[in-house]
Design a protein around this ligand. Structure first.
Ligand SMILES: [Zn+2]
Length: 62
């Protein structure tokens, strides 16, 4: 059985379970290298942005 899969970000083959690439890609799975090197930093940045937006909204309420 061949369990090689193609990463939807770097297009390289990887084996293993793969990772959810959101919010970088809507579909497919990405390799561990892209998960840790690309997806997690972007997800962390999105989270910070979201928190800042929430804080700004909270300030605007009376
Ligand atoms: Zn990759």
């Amino acid at each position: 059985m061949d369990d090689k899969k193609k990463c939807c970000i770097c297009k390289k083959e990887y084996s293993g379970y793969g990772n959810n690439p959101a919010p970088v890609k809507d579909r497919g799975l990405c390799c561990d290298a892209c998960n840790y090197g690309v997806v997690i930093p972007i997800r962390a940045a999105e989270l910070v942005k979201q928190k800042k937006a929430e804080a700004a909204n909270a300030d605007r309420k009376l």
